[in-house]
Design a binder for this molecule. Structure first.
Ligand code: AP5
Length: 213
């Protein structure tokens, strides 16, 4: 099954994608994670992407499309995959269609902007394994240490309040039109993001199971 997670920054795409990836045993491909790895490794792609990401803007389509193009050829994608954060513009979605990548389901996680701002301020991430936590809603059982790989958790550079506002603006302008794009293709399902991570996980899984029936 090929699934896309759509939603505003901080809506919980990564959290749910991780969970579904484990349940269905298919890879979770996050363009945000791949770009942050490239920044940490100081590759030329990472250096180009950093300026955009620091401002809360989207990285140019050509860069993210080339990431996805090579990632989807890996053998672990043969039985399905999850795309978390791709596509994020209509041209990116058109690229998938034109290259014959069939998408079975788009899960749009809806969370209002004011809730998003609250969530981002409490997010902590592991710079080593990419695990995501929240100081209130999904704390690491080891405090400021990653429960999975024992690295010290950090605050993402783009979670600064002014960058969060800019990312939300970018989302509404450039990514939200994808709801219309996929709505017309009858593959879009909306999950209303809940207060508790587990409640959103249950609703997300229900949507996926119903699709499989
Ligand atoms: P990316 O890393 O994809 O960031 P994003 O889309 O802005 O999404 P986030 O990772 O911030 O949030 P999320 O929805 O995954 O939420 P999470 O699960 O962490 O992209 C970063 C940047 O890379 C972009 O700004 C752009 O510049 C660039 N980029 C990436 N892809 C691109 C593309 N295709 N084209 C162009 N540029 C691209 O949850 C957030 C917090 O809330 C966490 O702390 C979590 O624990 C908590 N939480 C989650 N669910 C709940 C819940 N139900 N209740 C309470 N708390 C919850």
């Amino acid at each position: 099954m090929n699934i896309i997670f759509l939603g505003a920054p901080g809506a919980g795409k990564g959290t749910q994608a991780e969970n579904i990836s484990e349940k269905l045993n298919i890879p979770n491909i996050s363009t945000g994670v791949i770009l942050r790895e490239a920044i940490n490794e100081k590759t030329s792609m990472g250096l180009k992407a950093k300026d955009y990401m620091d401002k809360g803007a989207l990285v140019p389509d050509a860069i993210v499309i080339s990431i996805i193009k090579s990632r989807l050829t890996k053998p672990d994608c043969e039985n399905g995959f999850i795309l978390d954060g791709f596509p994020r513009t209509v041209p990116q979605a058109e690229y998938l269609e034109e290259s014959g990548v069939v998408i079975d389901l788009i899960v749009d996680i809806h969370v209002p902007d004011d809730k998003i701002i609250e969530r981002m301020s409490g997010r902590r991430v592991c710079p080593m394994c990419g695990a995501t936590y929240h100081i209130i809603y999904k704390p690491s059982h080891r405090g400021n240490i990653c429960g999975r790989c024992e690295s010290r958790l950090i605050i993402r550079d783009d979670d600064k309040p002014e960058v969060v506002l800019s990312r939300l603006e970018t989302y509404h302008k450039q990514t939200e039109p994808l709801k219309d794009f996929y709505g017309k293709r009858n593959v879009l399902k909306t999950v209303i993001g809940q207060e508790e991570v587990e409640d959103t996980s249950r609703l997300t899984y229900e949507v996926i199971q119903n699709f499989n029936k």
